[in-house]
Design a protein around this ligand. Structure first.
Ligand code: NAP
Length: 275
């Protein structure tokens, strides 16, 4: 039980990667405060985990709204008296060309993927400082290292999150607060079907062949957090793609351009693979 006695807040915990992290943290003995915008779905996720009474608190919270984030933290303190871990997982994508992308949707995505994390960090830091330390985990993406065509805005939010993690670690180390940035590659969740799609969405076709389960990200997150790492890339082989992109960007660009397909076709292929 690696997290016995710890209290963890996890945003975007009603499905996918957030739910997998919550399930693993619960198995390791943590008490959980789980949120998403849809409270019924986050409650259903808690039921699926089979938590004992008093182990999990679920709440509706839109991380882009400061008052809702503060209410989440206050509820966590009322219920469990402390917050040791805060996982910023809530996020979504926007799939469209730079030429046609809706700027309103782009701002909405930044409000969740980047400013939402800022809201949560500004809420968690004073609490953790008062307690003498804590763990902040930001779920970024390999897209925070390698940007992909038709995902420019999403990639920008994740590049920004990587910058926030690097600076945050330098600023907060003196308070015994570690900031871990987790960069998953392609993970088999409903992320692609949930993302906002514009008038001309295209996506890397090959990625569906290599999707691993969200439990892989959860395990890598726990290990990275316990070792107080700076960054985790998961599955590990995406490090090779990141290094290749740093050293031979023309080759990576060529490969991405070559494998673009309409998003509807990529999603249909992914659904067929799941059957
Ligand atoms: P998902 O299955 O679509 O889950 C997204 C979760 O975030 C849901 O619980 C959703 O619930 C919640 N959410 C969205 N906007 C929110 C907001 N404003 N406030 C609170 N909760 C919000 O996606 P996922 O694949 O698990 O992705 C989780 C994180 O991993 C994201 O940050 C994503 O960028 C990152 N990631 C995913 C992949 C991948 O391949 N799947 C790869 C790299 C990184 P509600 O809609 O009810 O709010």
């Amino acid at each position: 039980m690696k997290l016995q006695g710890k209290v963890a807040v996890i945003t975007g915990a009603s499905m996918g990667i957030g739910e997998a992290i919550a399930r693993l943290f619960l198995a390791e003995g943590a008490k959980l405060v789980l949120c998403a915008r849809d409270s019924a779905r986050v409650e259903a996720a808690a039921q699926r985990m089979g938590a004992a009474p008093g182990q999990v608190l679920t709440m509706a919270c839109d991380v882009s709204q400061r008052d809702q984030v503060q209410a989440l933290a206050q509820a966590a303190l009322r219920e469990f008296s402390r917050i040791d871990i805060w996982v910023n997982n809530a996020g979504f994508g926007l799939n469209d060309s730079i030429e046609k992308m809706d700027i309103g949707q782009l701002r909405t995505m930044f409000d969740t993927n980047y400013f939402g994390v800022m809201e949560c960090m500004q809420t968690a830091i004073p609490i953790m400082r008062q307690q003498g330390g804590g763990e902040i985990v930001n779920i970024s993406s390999v897209a925070g290292h390698i940007c992909v065509a038709y995902m420019s805005g999403y990639g920008a939010t994740k590049h920004a999150l990587n910058a926030l993690g690097e600076a945050g670690r330098m600023e907060l180390g003196r308070y015994n607060i570690n900031v871990l940035t987790v960069c998953p590659g392609y993970i088999a969740t409903d992320f692609a079907s949930n993302m906002l799609k514009g008038s001309n969405p295209q996506r890397v076709g090959a990625s569906v062949k290599y999707g691993v389960g969200a439990d892989v990200v959860a395990r890598a997150t726990l290990n990275g957090m316990l070792k107080r790492k700076r960054q985790v890339v998961t599955p590990w082989h995406y490090w090779l793609a990141i290094k290749l992109n740093e050293n031979l960007p023309g080759l990576v660009e060529w490969a991405i351009r070559r494998s673009m397909k309409p998003t509807s076709q990529v999603l249909a292929e992914a659904a067929a693979k799941q059957k």
